[in-house]
Design a protein around this ligand. Structure first.
Ligand SMILES: [Zn+2]
Length: 249
């Protein structure tokens, strides 16, 4: 694969009416660097909030028309599965993801129901949907069963991009910031740079921003520099475009 064909997928996580002002700050910081196609990870009923917001819907429709992608990112973005057993599950679902790993412990039937609701929500708005990204990148075995039968072309976990039709996956650990606490804000930008360097030969780099990042100007500035550096060697594309391209290889 030639160097100019290596891909960069940039995603904005947790898009919802409640987070939209922060998402708009992220969009504007990225567009100051380059007008690239982005993947917006949309949550239909974020933390239980399902109020209709025609203005927000209109803005997402406009972004879609400009070549950005809207992907389904869970339904409520809250972990309502059975209580975790064992220290690893308790840490992963309670501390690490702050109870946001909605699809980490659901059975297949419940997962299927939430995926169907999410798809209906997209279809009501006339929005195409090609990808499903589980909140906190956590997919339990029940969710995998449901996802294999759902009409998505791809999903992503923390370290891999999965092509659902062929069951192939591509190693691509996501570059993200940890904005929650001071040490995370100091260490995660350095980690992202080191990770980007390790991934230099890889066919895909994924870079994800969260609404919480928007509250920290130093993180936004870092994201702008990192994006500029990544764009020197990579072609930006939506995740849907990357899945399409990978299927044809
Ligand atoms: Zn999320």
């Amino acid at each position: 694969m030639s160097i100019e064909r290596k891909a960069l997928c940039v995603a904005i996580h947790d898009v919802a009416p409640a987070t939209w002002p922060a998402c708009q700050r992220l969009l504007s910081a990225l567009s100051e660097v380059a007008d690239i196609p982005l993947t917006l990870l949309v949550v239909p009923c974020y933390h239980g909030d399902d109020r209709a917001d025609p203005g927000y819907d209109a803005m997402l429709t406009a972004l879609l028309a400009r070549g950005h992608e809207l992907a389904l990112h869970g339904y409520r973005h809250l972990d309502s599965g059975p209580p975790p057993s064992g220290w690893r599950q308790r840490w992963l679902r309670g501390v690490y993801t702050r109870h946001e790993g909605e699809f980490s412990a659901l059975g297949a039937a419940h997962s299927r129901l939430l995926l169907a609701r999410g798809l209906q929500w997209f279809h009501r708005r006339g929005w195409p949907v090609d990808g499903f990204v589980p909140p906190a990148w956590l997919l339990g075995s029940g969710a995998w069963v449901a996802l294999r039968r759902a009409p998505f072309s791809y999903t992503t976990t923390w370290t891999r991009f999965h092509l659902l039709s062929s069951r192939r996956s591509i190693w691509s650990p996501s570059l993200v910031y940890a904005a929650r606490n001071r040490s995370g804000r100091q260490l995660s930008p350095r980690l992202a740079v080191a990770q980007a360097a390790c991934l230099a030969p890889a066919p895909l780099v994924r870079f994800g921003l969260h609404p919480a990042d928007a509250a920290h100007p130093a993180l936004l500035l870092h994201a702008q520099h990192l994006l500029g550096a990544l764009l020197e060697a990579r072609v930006p594309m939506t995740k849907s475009a990357f899945a399409r391209r990978s299927r044809s290889v």
